[in-house]
Design a protein around this ligand. Structure first.
Ligand code: 5GP
Ligand code: 5GP
Length: 223
């Protein structure tokens, strides 16, 4: 039986910072082999496109559809580059098996994206398009926030740079003072919206939801 899910309210585009993710040896097998295999880019890569509810919860595993890599064969080059898996372990899929990072994201989140996204191919194509249209790495670079293993940057400055570029407040997640994820939020028509509801913007993000200190780093991957 497939449970009934109500339609989601908005999308989260979750981006990961490989320099931070690849520092977590627990996410990778020996010597961060996965990070090395994918050449751990010095730019945000895609974690997933997630449908969310306004109350802070989200649906997951909404249909019986399972991932089929053949459906996205024309997108594989782009996905390997911009949506690499930096973990060696195979994540669980919705139906008890193990699969790729892409399989996990499509089955857990993609299947809940109806009626905006209705099949696997459109889930991956849509996510790539939204990612290309919102180049956070270049927005930060233009504001002077370049990847570095020495510099620390003001969290408020990073948030402002994204707000100025896209007109909405992102959500940042940190690990040991380094940016691990940056999430952008969108209405169903992919117009940007704030990631936090009922917030007064930055102060709420800074105080209540952020795991980031006031100064953060954007480390370059090292193995
Ligand atoms: P974490 O606890 O690492 O932030 O999240 C673990 C997993 O829970 C994520 O990879 C994602 O699948 C799901 N998750 C976490 N936060 C959100 C969210 O805000 N929206 C949705 N849709 N899923 C989330
Ligand atoms: P989520 O956190 O999206 O629910 O789950 C992500 C799953 O995919 C986890 O089981 C994680 O181990 C696996 N995974 C594979 N590659 C990656 C990656 O590059 N980043 C993240 N966040 N998870 C990955």
């Amino acid at each position: 039986e497939v449970a009934e899910f109500r339609e989601f309210d908005y999308f989260v585009l979750a981006l990961q910072w490989p320099g931070t993710f690849c520092h977590r040896t627990d996410h990778c097998c020996s010597s961060n082999a996965c990070c090395r295999r994918s050449n751990a880019p010095t730019e945000f890569t895609i974690h997933g496109l997630w449908p969310d509810y306004n109350d802070g919860t989200w649906p997951a595993c909404c249909t019986h559809e399972s991932f089929d890599e053949k459906e996205i064969s024309t997108l594989l080059d782009a996905l390997e580059k911009y949506w690499p898996s930096l973990s060696c372990g195979k994540p669980s899929t919705c139906h008890g098996g193990k699969g790729s990072f892409w399989a996990h994201e499509w089955e857990k989140h993609g299947t809940c994206s109806s009626p905006v996204v209705h099949d696997e191919y459109s889930y991956f194509l849509t996510t790539l398009n939204v990612y290309f249209k919102h180049n956070v790495t270049s927005v930060l670079k233009e504001a002077g926030y370049v990847p570095s293993n020495k510099e620390k940057y003001p969290l408020g400055g990073i948030i402002s740079a994204v707000q100025n570029a896209f007109g909405a407040t992102p959500l940042l997640i940190c690990k040991n003072g380094a940016v691990e994820e940056l999430r952008l939020c969108f209405y169903k028509d992919f117009k940007p919206r704030d990631c936090v509801i009922g917030s007064t913007g930055q102060s709420f993000v800074l105080s209540s939801r952020s795991s980031c200190p006031h100064y953060v780093s954007l480390p370059i991957p090292e193995y």
